[in-house]
Design a binder for this molecule. Structure first.
Ligand code: PGA
Length: 250
């Protein structure tokens, strides 16, 4: 399985800043073919980033998407608008979308179906809050999030990646320990293998939540961690490159 290292820039970087970053970053990864690399800039930077990535093997991602092709949905972005820009991936169900913007499992399910239908590879984010972890509910929460998100497209698991991102680890500087992450990743692997009837051999299970160039090498040694979804540390091209290097070394 090819591992995937992905950058989620969130609401950071203007168009000019995004291009400046790519100017520094792309030459560094020019010869890297051992892993897949993806960058998800802001929506306003997608078109320029797409042009910049045209002759590069770095994949382009969007941070969100609505499920309808077009219509009266003020402020939303459709899958057709993304495929027009050669967007390869879309991050769906991110905890910030769930918690700050009240996205529910059934909406995420519609987006997942639409992304797969349009050939945009979703990275489905799942993860428990601190309270849920302390109550021993982690695996139940993750199972419910995954089952509802892929309802109706279980057989298409091969076209989907999953990011386990414990809410308490996102943007806090406190990452899950390799052992904590591995336990959940193992559970997710068994779950998706079961619900897809083994059609999950291309599905990467990424870890996300305060990944940096210090903790990446230990985390990636775990057998069921197949890459990362990186927020804060991906904003710096050197740090993001170092994380990619750790994944290649593993
Ligand atoms: P972080 O964000 O690396 O800043 O914790 C990860 C994410 O939200 O995808």
């Amino acid at each position: 399985m090819r591992y995937l290292v992905s950058a989620n820039w969130k609401m950071n970087k203007t168009v000019a800043e995004s291009l400046e970053y790519l100017e520094i970053f792309l030459p560094k990864v020019e010869d890297i073919t051992a892993v897949d690399i993806m960058i998800a800039p802001s929506f306003t930077a997608l078109a320029s980033a797409s042009l910049k990535l045209e002759h590069s093997h770095v994949y382009l991602g969007a941070q969100n998407m609505y499920y309808m092709d077009k219509g009266a949905f003020t402020g939303e972005i459709s899958p057709l608008m993304l495929t027009e820009l050669d967007v390869d991936y879309v991050i769906l169900g991110h905890s910030e979308r769930r918690h700050l913007f009240c996205e529910k499992d059934d909406l995420i399910n519609k987006k997942m179906i639409s992304a797969v239908e349009h050939g945009i590879r979703p990275i489905l984010c799942v993860g428990e809050t601190l309270e849920e972890r302390e109550l021993g509910k982690t695996l139940n929460v993750v199972e419910k999030q995954i089952r509802t998100a892929v309802a109706g497209i279980e057989k298409d698991m091969i076209y989907i990646d999953i990011a386990y991102e414990p809410v308490w680890a996102i943007g806090t500087g406190v990452n899950a320990t390799p052992k904590q992450a591995q336990e959940v990743h193992r559970f997710i692997r068994e779950l998706i293998s079961d619900i897809s009837k083994g059609n999950d051999e291309k599905t990467r299970i990424l870890y996300g939540g305060s990944v940096n160039d210090k903790n990446a090498s230990e985390l990636i040694k775990e057998p069921d961690i197949n890459g990362f979804l990186v927020g804060t540390a991906s904003l710096d091209p050197d740090k993001f490159f170092n994380i990619i290097s750790h994944v290649i070394e593993a």
